[in-house]
Design a protein around this ligand. Structure first.
Ligand code: ARG
Ligand code: GLU
Length: 700
């Protein structure tokens, strides 16, 4: 019975013409052919849709990977060479670093294949195929069903579709909802597990500008690192082995050295994480006025404590480098997002749209009233969402509590489990400073007590006062005690020690609160909210049929965003040009400021103007911005020219435009990309690994 409706829905999407605001959107590659290709071509794109995505022949999609779980990477040779961001490989670079071999500070260059470093746990995934499976996923759904029954059937259908797609092959697959469950797509991936580190510039280049320049333009960061994908002798995925050989991809990118100038067509092809373009005004209000400000405050507290400790001790600086970067990253973004939403008046615009929608829906019972229902649901949700924010941003931000969770949640103590716990402990203690964590815990829990009503908190103990004794008495702050315990082998003793440990007990109490008092209602309300969005989204599409093509929110699936190289005006009287050069690096150079301490080698090359073949107008290009609509997850994505050649590697967004996850504004939303020529210059002239260029292909 539902079928005709979904059939109609798909048709709507396909026939809708394009009157989107300029350059907004993250499009599904397999649908470019029926949808965006005309607009892309009219803006300067020179290839065909099948060059971007095809199943029966190699296409550009075969040169792109999801790198780890949160980034993108692309193949730049037919011997498995891959480029992504420095900040995407940061965890791996740090794992290989110590005070003696400080690859974070000095950079790393494998001088031959045998020097490339293995990274257990790191995987890259190539998309083999994507396709619309809406009919199969919704088969068996009837109009009278409850949401829960519906969800059950969808789960079952998803499992069947995934099973069929992975039967008799080594692929991994998943089915993802688009347009709030109005459409479903199957994504099939080939996942490689042997991915080795080949090159990283010094952090003073790869993270130049640090968290001071993060999210900002003009930017001078050489944010890239190079890995190599290895496969078994049959070119198929294989577990790490010294016998593995470089993977030969179906496709790798040709690199363009021509550069880019204002107005040039460009596109980004990668794995954007999450966007929320179609949110109700009440959800935006919660984010802008409540959630973001509180989360920013909690992270300011953490950063202040961490920064002090890191400034005092170089060993601590290395230990907390990756943690600090990840805490500060969202912290800064949320501040830009709040400002951007306020400047755009997003809440007011959404309210106006909701009124317009209801006027249109007045004679359509299927849709009428849905925006008021959403408002009411958000009203009920808010205290739960807020308590949940504190659970993740305050409670679980305490490293000890989170670590205790690995022990608390261990289902058994079989030898494999003990080995896993050992491993978790080794990783944890390598970068753990109890004094930092204790000070952080006290400060965070004081906020938690102040802001979260008693009904969502620990009932008996005052956690802010009790946390000192948790740190005093837990053995989980001490690597030797943990090691001895696990090595002891007597599982009864291990179990008892774990169960009695105050950090484990604290973890269990906090989790219990979340599980019993927060999660059930939070989830139940969200199920209702999802159902309303499904209706609302379908209604929006119907309402604007023929005048507006809606793209699905990002959900970590492969997308194409396109636009042009373009500067912007961040404020009155200021125009930002779209390209930066080495001149800007040297203008920021300051040996006394950690974030701006240009490495001696680069300084020398600059003094001598020794740029070799990388000189452009007497300097070296560094980065550029464009109007491509991107988000977190697009880090490392290829930035391509009209011919589909690699001109850059995406690594950031401009701060004034970070609200683009909720509302894209063509006036200030810009993605930031590394100019590929800067990466090549650094590999060649600073890293002394010019031999890597021999395997790359350059456009003539
Ligand atoms: N803002 C970029 C992104 O969201 C880069 C983050 C890493 N750099 C840093 N300085 N923390 O991932
Ligand atoms: N740096 C981000 C990432 O890791 C990309 C910036 C953005 O959010 O657009 O994906």
């Amino acid at each position: 019975m539902r079928k005709p409706i979904f059939f109609a829905f798909t048709l709507l999407l396909l026939t809708a013409s394009a009157v989107l605001r300029a350059d907004e959107g993250m499009w599904l590659p397999s649908l470019i052919e029926q949808g965006r290709i005309k607009d892309m071509r009219s803006k300067g794109f020179r290839l065909k849709a099948q060059d971007l995505y095809a199943v029966n022949q190699a296409s550009l999609k075969d040169a792109i990977v999801r790198f780890g779980s949160g980034c993108t990477g692309e193949l730049i040779s037919d011997q498995g060479l891959l480029i992504t961001n420095h900040h995407c490989g940061y965890g791996q670079i740090q794992q290989h670093s110590s005070v003696e071999h400080d690859y974070l500070t000095d950079g790393f260059a494998a001088m031959n294949r045998s020097e490339e470093l293995a990274n257990p746990g790191l995987v890259v995934s190539f998309l083999v195929e994507m396709k619309d499976v809406t009919d199969r996923i919704l088969s068996g759904i009837t109009p009278g069903m409850t949401e829960q029954e519906r969800a059950g059937i969808i789960e079952k259908n998803k499992r069947a579709v995934v099973k069929a797609a992975t039967e008799g092959n080594l692929y991994k697959a998943s089915v993802e909802a688009l347009y709030y469950g109005n459409q479903y797509f199957l994504f099939v991936y080939e996942v490689f597990e042997d991915v080795r580190l080949v090159f990283a510039p010094p952090s003073a280049v790869g993270k130049f500008g640090g968290d001071t320049d993060n999210w900002m333009w003009p930017r001078h960061t050489g944010d890239f690192s190079i890995f190599r994908v290895y496969a078994g002798k049959d070119n198929k995925p294989a577990k790490y082995s010294p016998d593995n050989v470089p993977y030969v991809p179906k496709k790798s990118f040709t690199i363009s050295l021509k550069g880019m100038k204002e107005g040039d067509f460009t596109f980004v092809y990668g794995f954007p994480g999450r966007t929320y373009q179609y949110l109700h005004s009440e959800a935006v209000r919660y984010i802008q006025q409540k959630s973001d400000p509180h989360k920013v405050n909690l992270r300011t507290i953490r950063l202040n404590i961490m920064n002090d400790a890191m400034a005092q001790d170089p060993a601590v600086r290395i230990q907390y480098a990756a943690k600090n970067a990840s805490v500060s990253n969202a912290w800064k973004k949320w501040q830009g997002e709040m400002k951007g939403l306020e400047r755009l008046g997003t809440i007011g615009k959404k309210q106006a749209f909701e009124r317009q929608f209801e006027a249109w829906a007045a004679d359509k019972p299927e849709y009428s009233g849905v925006t008021a229902q959403l408002a009411a649901l958000y009203d009920s949700l808010e205290p739960y969402a807020f308590a949940r924010d504190y659970h993740t941003e305050a409670v679980m931000a305490i490293e000890l509590i989170k670590f205790a969770g690995t022990y608390a949640d261990a289902k058994d103590l079989k030898p494999e489990t003990l080995a896993r716990l050992q491993e978790a402990a080794a990783k944890f203690f390598k970068d753990y400073v109890p004094a930092i964590d204790r000070a952080t815990a006290k400060a965070l829990l004081a906020e938690y007590v102040k802001n979260i009503p008693a009904e969502f908190r620990l009932a008996v103990i005052n956690p802010a006062a009790g946390i000192d004794s948790v740190f005093d008495l837990s053995i989980l702050t001490d690597s030797v005690q943990v090691k001895n315990l696990l090595a002891g082998g007597d599982t009864a003793i291990i179990r008892q020690t774990i169960d009695r440990d105050p950090a484990v007990q604290a973890y269990r109490q906090f989790s219990e609160i979340a599980r019993t008092k927060i999660e059930p209602t939070y989830k139940a309300l969200n199920r209702q909210i999802d159902e309303k969005y499904r209706t609302y989204m379908r209604g929006m599409i119907e309402m604007r049929k023929g005048e507006h093509e809606f793209y699905p929110d990002a959900n970590s699936t492969l997308r194409i965003a396109y636009g042009k190289v373009d500067g912007y005006r961040p404020m009155d009287a200021v125009y930002y040009e779209p390209n930066t050069t080495l001149e800007g690096v040297m203008q920021k150079d300051n040996p006394d400021i950690y974030d701006y301490d240009v490495p001696a080698k680069l300084r020398q090359l600059y003094e001598a103007k020794d740029y070799g073949r990388w000189a452009v107008n007497g300097t070296v290009p560094v980065a550029f911005i464009a109007t491509n609509h991107t988000t977190g997850g697009n880090s490392g994505s290829p930035v391509l020219n009209a011919e589909g050649q690699l001109i850059g590697v995406n690594f950031d967004r401009c701060w004034e435009g970070t609200m683009s996850d909720l509302e894209y504004d063509p006036v200030v939303c810009r993605n930031i990309a590394l100019d590929i020529r800067y990466a090549l210059f650094l590999i060649d002239k600073v890293g002394g690994a010019g031999y890597l260029l021999d395997e790359m292909k350059f456009a003539k």
